[in-house]
Design a protein around this ligand. Structure first.
Ligand SMILES: Nc1nc2c(ncn2[C@@H]2O[C@H](COP(=O)(O)OP(=O)(O)OP(=O)(O)O)[C@@H](O)[C@H]2O)c(=O)[nH]1
Length: 516
């Protein structure tokens, strides 16, 4: 049996690890170990007696009380049985090593930790609070206390609170590893029990549901719940357990929990209705039944839990090896890592440009195909038609016609022709710019080392893109400046080199290349 008890303790440790790692189940698309771990979830309507049942099981008065919705975060209560005579204490996961021997301080810490997550608002939060209680008066058992199913939002709560609570409760009870502790007050019509309605919906066979009837002592005189407790009414696979907790008056009088347990035992033992069931009633019996059932569920689920843990370890180890060595902490080493990553990107980008990876050939193609093709389309034939030449020469001469060579006319003709080059020159700069941006994107994607640093990857891409934009503007200015330089200084040699037979193709293209 000791092995089984350490089994629950082991599952408790895994559960705490899940919460530390942010895995508390719920609607995440991340793989979750939390949901594979069996636990007992306490479900009931408002003021049904959930907190009282938990305190009766623990034998300590430690839960916050008040009107409206008091429980606003799931409370994962892990009970650890200790040797008789040892001091009882509580310990929170978010305050490791701090032992709470004063259980009124446990209540205050639950309230404070709830407010830390939800603020002073009355909001609820799915992030659980982990509380471990070490006591000789408990059994090894894990219980999760959830906000009470309510019908109305109290002031300061959004209308959606009713739905929000139900969704949170559902996210727990619908999981196959969840053992449902459905709390129903006996002094209300069980047919209207929120807990029974919900458990029947998510666990129609009742194999995961334990029905608890509280407030048996408050039933109207002459009525009893014997039909339910003996399984004739609202039958469940596991027999109902009747509980008598402290009344509000007892709470006010600070009746001791252990004394309250004694009163409960007296109630059942002396009851004419329930005397014959006394050995199977009360919070102590309920705790033992739940602990034994939890052990059997853990035992049954152990192979699945083990394989899930092993699978998670393999996946995490694979991810770790993919991520590579850990990044240094000091600034100098981090800078070195960043420079190394930049060099890796630079190396790949250069290979695209200089050869070894595709890309540079397309840039060459801009000058070897696109630019000449664009120049061939320039309207030199129209610009250099006899009609236009006459027009430009006569305009250049003004009222004094040229005597020998129409030099001014020539200059204007050549200047006008060279201006046609501006468009294709700028288009070539744009084409090369587009190709370089594409090469940056591909180089970033091909730099494996950068994959584990998405932020740095984005920063390098942004810096490279910004630099290319600057270079593009500078390149356009330089290209147009070259065209202007050529057309602003036509030497005599330029004209002398003109081919004698004006070829049909592109006289000025040949003229241009000869002049260069
Ligand atoms: N007489 C008597 N009173 C009970 C019993 N169980 C709970 N109460 C009283 O019912 C009231 C509500 O009990 P809680 O344990 O706070 O109920 P709860 O479901 O935790 O309430 P919330 O979580 O705040 O919705 C308290 O005043 C309890 O003292 C019982 O078995 N007998």
């Amino acid at each position: 049996m000791a092995t089984m008890e350490s089994l629950i303790v082991t599952v408790n440790r895994i559960q705490r690890a899940c919460t530390v790692l942010g895995d508390h189940g719920g609607d995440t698309n991340l793989p979750t170990l939390w949901e594979a771990l069996p636990s007992v979830v306490v479900v009931g309507g408002q003021s049904s007696g959930k907190s009282s049942v938990l305190e009766s099981i623990v034998g300590r008065d430690f839960l916050p009380r008040g009107s409206g919705i008091v429980t606003r975060r799931p409370l994962v209560l892990q009970l650890h049985k200790t040797e008789r005579g040892l001091q009882e204490y509580g310990e929170f996961l978010h305050l490791p090593k701090k032992k709470f021997t004063d259980f009124s301080m446990v209540r205050k810490e639950i309230q404070d930790e709830t407010d830390r997550m939800t603020g002073k608002s009355k909001q609820i939060s799915p992030v659980p609070i982990h509380l471990s209680i070490y006591s000789p008066n408990v059994v090894n058992l894990t219980l999760i206390d959830l906000p009470g199913l309510t019908k109305v939002a109290v002031e300061g709560q959004p209308e959606s609170i009713v739905q929000d609570i139900e969704s949170m409760v559902r996210s727990y009870v619908e999981k196959p590893n969840c053992i449902i502790l459905a709390i129903t007050p006996a002094n209300q019509d069980i047919a209207t029990s929120d807990a029974i309605k919900l458990s029947r919906e998510v666990d129609p066979t009742g194999e995961r549901t334990f029905g608890v009837l509280t407030k048996l002592d408050l039933m109207d005189k002459g009525t009893n719940a014997i039909d339910v407790l003996e399984g004739r009414a609202y039958p469940l696979q596991h027999p109902w357990v009747g509980i008598v907790n402290r009344s509000q008056a007892d709470i006010k009088k600070n009746v001791d929990m252990i004394a309250s347990r004694w009163k409960e035992r007296e109630f059942f033992a002396s009851s004419p209705d329930y005397g014959h069931l006394a050995s199977k009633m009360g919070s102590e019996y309920l705790a033992k039944v739940l602990s034994k059932h939890l052990e059997s569920v853990i035992r049954a689920r152990l192979p699945g839990i083990t394989s899930l843990i092993n699978k998670s370890i393999e996946e995490l180890e694979a991810e770790l090896s993919h991520l590579g060595r850990s990044v240094a902490v000091d600034a100098g080493a981090q800078l070195y890592t960043i420079l190394e990553l930049c060099r890796a990107f630079d190396r790949i980008f250069k290979e695209h440009l200089d050869g070894g990876r595709p890309g540079g050939d397309r840039i060459y193609g801009v000058f070897d195909h696109q630019l000449p093709a664009a120049l061939r389309k320039l309207p030199f034939d129209r610009h250099l038609s006899l009609q236009n030449i006459r027009k430009v020469v006569s305009e250049a001469d003004g009222y004094q016609p040229h005597l020998i060579a129409p030099e001014q006319g020539y200059r204007r003709l050549i200047d006008g022709a060279l201006n046609y080059f501006r468009g294709p020159a700028e288009a070539s700069v744009d084409a090369v710019h587009f190709l370089l941006k594409e090469l940056v994107r591909r180089s970033i994607a091909e730099t494996q080392e950068l994959k584990r640093f998405p932020t740095l990857q984005a920063e390098i891409a942004a810096a490279a893109s910004e630099a290319l934009e600057r270079f593009r503007e500078d390149s356009k200015k330089t290209t147009l400046r070259m065209v202007d330089m050529e057309s602003s200084y036509l030497t005599v040699d330029f004209s002398r080199k003109l081919p004698q037979e004006v070829e049909k193709e592109i006289p000025f293209l040949r003229l241009w290349f000869i002049a260069k």
